[in-house]
Design a protein around this ligand. Structure first.
Ligand code: FAD
Ligand code: NAD
Length: 467
C-alpha cells in the first residue's frame, strides 16, 4: 500500500496529526502497536489519572467536607475495584472514540510495531507475528515516551511501580512512598492520600513541581500536607528493596544522614524518556539528541532525514498531550504546504491536584534571569465569594506584567478549577493583552475567574477591589 503520510503512534500527537492530514486531503495511514488507540494519554496517562482523581476527590469531600455542608453519610467506604472499573470504562469510551474518528476520517489503521526499512518503507510486525510492508511519501514519528528508570532502583511492577501500575492497585496503600515530587507523583499521590494513605514524597530538588513558579510550589505543598502528604525535599534516593508486602527505600538527607522508609508501595515518578525502540532509526540514520535520546528536529519538526517528521514526547519540549496535539497539526499543515506556527511559551502547564495548579508564560525566576522588569499582582481565593461558598479557599492567582507596557508576561494560579481558568490567560496572552485589559473585562459574579481579574487589577496599579 502507498500513502501520502504515515503516522507511527496513535497518542494525542499521532492521532491528531493523522486526522489533520486526512482533513487536508492526504491519503493517511496510522500504525499503533497497542490494541487500542490513544497512546499513553488515553490508556495509562491523562484520562485514567483524571478519572481516579475525580473519584477520590468525591470520596475525600464526602469524608471531610460534606458534614459542614449539612450532609451526613453513614458507613462511607472506598470501593477501589469499582473506582478502577469506572476508570477503565472511561478509558474504553475514549479510546473507542478515537477508533471512530480514525474511521470517520478514512485513515487506514495498522496494528503492530512500525519499523523503518528505508525512508519511505515501513514494515509492520503484527501481534500474531505476521508482517506487512507499506510505503509512504512522508512519515510522522509520534511514538511518545515511557517512564524513566533509576539504574539502582529496580521496578518490579508489583510493589515498586510506575504510574501505569499505580492506576490499577489492588488496595489502598497504608503508606505510599513516591520518588519524585513532579506532576505524576503529586497527582497519583493525591489519589491515594485522599483515599486514606499516608504519602511520603522523596524529592531530589528543594521544592515540588520545581519548574513552575515558586509561589505555586509553596502553596501546593501546604495544601497537600493537609491531605496527608509528607515531603522529604533535597533528599537523594539511594535504593529500594522489596520484602514480602513491604518496600524499603533509602535516601540521603541534605545533612548527609541516611534515611530509611518503610511503605507498602513505592511509585517511581522521576520523569519520562523518549520511546524509540523498535523504530529502526539506525536503518535510515535519524539523529537523536545525545542527552535524553530524543529525536532531533529542526524548526519545521523535520528530523535529520528529509520527509520524516517527529512530534510529541519523542522530541524536545514539555511532555504534554496538548503540546503533542499542536505539533501534530503543525506538521500536517507543513506537509500540506501551509505555514503554521506554535507559540511554545504559551503552552499552559496544569497539575490536577486539589487545589489545581495552572501556569502559562514566564515565571518570576525566568523574568529575573532575562532581566525583564515586571510588576506582580495577586489575589487569594480566601477573598473570593465563590470560593467561600464552595469551601475552596486555598490558593491564589498571580499575574506578572511588564513594568513599562503592562503586557501580561505570566499567569500562575493555584486554586479551584485553575486547570480550566488558565485558558482565559492563554487567550489574553496570545492577543498580547495588558493586565489593565483583563481588569476592564466583565467577569461573571460569583465565579472563580474573578480572582484573575482582581490579580490583573492588582498588577495594573494595585487596584484590586476586593482586597
Ligand atoms: P504517546 O501518547 O506516548 O503515544 C505514543 C504511541 O506510540 C503509543 O501508543 C505507543 O504504543 C505507540 N508506539 C511506540 N512505538 C511504536 C512503533 N514502533 N510502532 C507503532 N506504535 C508505536 N499530559 C497532559 O497534557 N495532561 C495530563 O493530564 C497528563 N497526565 C498524565 C498522566 C500520566 C500518569 C502520564 C504517564 C502522562 C500524563 N501526561 C499528561 C503526559 C501525556 O500522556 C503525554 O505527553 C502524551 O501522551 C504524549 O503524546 P504522544 O502522542 O507524543 O505519545
Ligand atoms: P517530572 O519531571 O514532572 O517530575 C520528576 C521529579 O522527580 C522532578 O521533580 C525531579 O527533580 C525528581 N527526581 C528525579 N530524579 C530523582 C531522584 N533520583 N530522586 C528523587 N527525585 C528525583 O516527571 P513526572 O512526574 O514523572 O512526569 C513525567 C511527564 O509526564 C512530565 O513531563 C509531565 O509533563 C507529564 N505529565 C503531565 C501531567 C499533567 O499535565 N497534568 C500529569 C502527569 C504527567
Amino acid at each position: 500500500m502507498q500513502y501520502d503520510v504515515t503516522v507511527i503512534g496513535s497518542g494525542p500527537g499521532g492521532y491528531v496529526a493523522a486526522i489533520r492530514c486526512a482533513q487536508l486531503g492526504l491519503k493517511t495511514a496510522i500504525i499503533e502497536k497497542y490494541s487500542t488507540f490513544g497512546g499513553t494519554c488515553l490508556n495509562v496517562g491523562c484520562i485514567p489519572s483524571k478519572a481516579l482523581l475525580d473519584s477520590s476527590e468525591h470520596y475525600y469531600n464526602a469524608a471531610h467536607t460534606f458534614q459542614t455542608h449539612g450532609i451526613s453519610i453513614k458507613d462511607l467506604k472506598v470501593d477501589l475495584p469499582q473506582m478502577i472499573s469506572r476508570k477503565n470504562q472511561v478509558v474504553q469510551e475514549n479510546t473507542s472514540g478515537i477508533a471512530f474518528l480514525i474511521r470517520k476520517n478514512k485513515i487506514t489503521p495498522y496494528s503492530g510495531i512500525g519499523t523503518f526499512q528505508d525512508k519511505n518503507t515501513i514494515k509492520i510486525r503484527n501481534a500474531d507475528g505476521t508482517e506487512e510492508t507499506i510505503t509512504s511519501e512522508k512519515v510522522i514519528i509520534a511514538t511518545g515516551s515511557k517512564p524513566a528508570a533509576l539504574p539502582f532502583l529496580p521496578v518490579d511492577k508489583k510493589r515498586i511501580i510506575t504510574s501505569t501500575e499505580a492506576l490499577n492497585l489492588p488496595e489502598v496503600p497504608k503508606h505510599l512512598i513516591v520518588i519524585g515530587g513532579g506532576v505524576i507523583g503529586l497527582e497519583l499521590g493525591s489519589v491515594y492520600a485522599r483515599l486514606g494513605a499516608k504519602v511520603t514524597v522523596v524529592e531530589f530538588l528543594d521544592s515540588i513541581i520545581a519548574t513552575m513558579d515558586k509561589t505555586l510550589s509553596k502553596e501546593l505543598q501546604k495544601s497537600l500536607t493537609r491531605v496527608g502528604f509528607e515531603f522529604l525535599l533535597s533528599h537523594k534516593v539511594t535504593g529500594a528493596s522489596v520484602k514480602g508486602k513491604k518496600v524499603n527505600v533509602t535516601a540521603d538527607s541534605p545533612k548527609g544522614e541516611k534515611i530509611a522508609l518503610e511503605g507498602d508501595y513505592c511509585i517511581v515518578a522521576v520523569g519520562r524518556t523518549a520511546y524509540t525502540s523498535g523504530l529502526g532509526l539506525e536503518n535510515i540514520g535519524i539523529q537523536v539528541e545525545e542527552r535524553g535520546k530524543k529525536i532531533s528536529v529542526n524548526e519545521h519538526l523535520e528530523t535529520s532525514v528529509s520527509g520524516i517528521y517527529a512530534i510529541g514526547d519523542v522530541i524536545k519540549g514539555a511532555m504534554l498531550a496538548h503540546k503533542a496535539e499542536e505539533e501534530g497539526v503543525f506538521v500536517a499543515e507543513t506537509i500540506a504546504g501551509q505555514k503554521p506556527h506554535i507559540n511554545y511559551n504559551l503552552i499552559p502547564g496544569v497539575v490536577y491536584t486539589w487545589p489545581e495548579v495552572a501556569s502559562v508564560g514566564f515565571t518570576e525566576d525566568q523574568l529575573k534571569e532575562k532581566s525583564i522588569k515586571y510588576k506582580t499582582g495577586s489575589f487569594p481565593f480566601k477573598a473570593s465569594g465563590r470560593a467561600r461558598a464552595s469551601m475552596d479557599t486555598d490558593g491564589l492567582v498571580k499575574v506578572l506584567a511588564d513594568a513599562a507596557t503592562d503586557e501580561i508576561l505570566g499567569v500562575h494560579m493555584i486554586g479551584p478549577r485553575a486547570a480550566d481558568m488558565i485558558a482565559e490567560a492563554v487567550v489574553a496572552m496570545e492577543f498580547r493583552a495588558s493586565a489593565e485589559d483583563i481588569g476592564r473585562i466583565s467577569h461573571a459574579h460569583p465565579t472563580y475567574t474573578e480572582a484573575f481579574k482582581e490579580a490583573a487589577l492588582a498588577a495594573t496599579e494595585n487596584r484590586a477591589i476586593h482586597i
